[in-house]
Ligand binder design. Sequence first.
Ligand code: ARG
Length: 594
Amino acid sequence: MKKFLDLISEEMKNAFEAAGFDRELGKVTPSNRPDLCEYQCNGAMAGAKLYKKAPIMIANQVVEACKDSKVFLQVEAVNPGFLNLKIKESFITEYLACMRKKPKFGLEMPEKPSKIIIDYGGPNVAKPLHVGHLRSAIIGESIKRIARYAGHEVIGDIHLGDWGLQMGLIMTELKVRQPDLVYFDDDYTGDYPKEAPFTIAELEEIYPTASAKSKEDEAYKADAMEATYKFQNGVRGYWALGKQIIQVSIPDLKKNYKNLNVEFDLWKGEADVRDIIPVMVEDMKKGGYAYESDGALVVDVKEEMDTKEVPPCMILKSDGASLYNTTDLATIKDRMEQYHPDKLLYLADKRQELHFEQVFRCARKTGMVDANTELAYIGFGTMNGKDGKPFKTREGGVMRLDVLINEINEEMYRKITDNRQVDEEEARQSAKVVALSAIKYGDLSNQASKDYIFDIDKFTSFEGDTGPYILYTIVRIKSILNKVKEQDGFTTEELCRAGDTLRNAGSESEKALMLAITGFHAMMETAYVETAPHKICAYIYDLANAFNRFYHETKILTEEDQEKKYGWIALLLLTRDVLETCIDVLGFSAPERM
Ligand code: ARG
């Protein structure tokens, strides 16, 4: 259905036209002075020059033309020529009633959905997830859900980091500990064992040990580089061992992402494009794009309009090894050939901007991506601690994600059980759900590109612009609905049937709540077009505030006029559904109680 603001603008444009003015002057915007009006139109001001007429005269003529409007309750011309608008309650009721009946509240679906691949994982296998991966997962998951809700076909790919030196480091340390492993025997031609010679717990210990050793021991590091090279070039034993490192890591990663309510459709990694790399390199050479420079193979990607230096994109190092660029480029080739996407969207730390600039330019220049496919990168800022520095453990180390999440779960549990008698099991469960909202909302309510301060006290608060506040509001609505069910002896279905008919707002706070809901479509559209989950946060924060104001001023449960009461129930049901839809799109959910 049409956006609410567009409908109002349409009505105002008709009025301008009827009064003899250009209809385009009738554009309506939300009010700058909510104390005076709900919407405003500044078209008479703009028309003054055009018609050589005082703006207030134009405004007065428009007021006259609005006399029989079904949309406007009040159109007021104020000096020097502004139009202050208030909307008829009945018009709002009709609009909301329509929203309630339609799937997705009547959000318009694209004629031709886009196929979008989102690359928003990037965890490195064998290393535990740390807070650096948190933002990518949270923002990416939300963008994926927004695009799906907007009607597009979206594929989320984790794009595992399984190609770098960490692979060789692990292999080198394994060789030190278990030199007789068949993977290291160059003469071995048989099958490799199905079982990996390590567990995930061992892997997590092996990597930091190996990494520390390589920093002190040159020979050890050289071994690790050689092992990496062998793995990347598919030397049988090393390739098989690498695959096992990946296989052992995946279930652990899945568990961690599940705790974050993050789900990938594809579990591909950098190593999956191994066979594509030689073909791609050959094409780049044949096409005359790649050339040798100091022994390395590079493609020039600078452009005339550049204001900063964009160095050539390195495809192969002088020792023939491939790099981060190489796997990203080969992955683009693979994605284009397998999925024919309209858009490839990447999420990574904003410090990777140059990398993506080089890769995108190289992909276009070498013809791997055609003009119709959009390449986009969202570089997000750093999550800082209260001291304004990148988030660390108390000891100053990199914070593991599971440690951080546990800390917040505990804090939430403490808040939920504070001064209250609650069932232990239920409190633990709710604490988890609310903690996730605290983390995700705390992140998503900021514009992605900005750094932000991860403030546990603030994020877990039930008051203010936080996830727990939003959930608290939803739970409050659910609790009223449950009480009405009990009071009147209704089942959930009966309650919905009884609360089927919205009524015109009877108070200012009720009207404000209803108006807040009408902004849903415009907000969703912007969130999609601008890949901006923070717009959803801002919307639900306003909506929750509007609801709570209405709630404090309205005695729903004791209302004797049944028609009135069930009109409110209808409004509560709609408010709850809109809020729950929005948090689902943000990637979290609300508990039944808290
Ligand atoms: N693995 C990388 C890292 O940990 C992030 C990968 C981002 N995605 C990509 N296609 N390059 O920094």
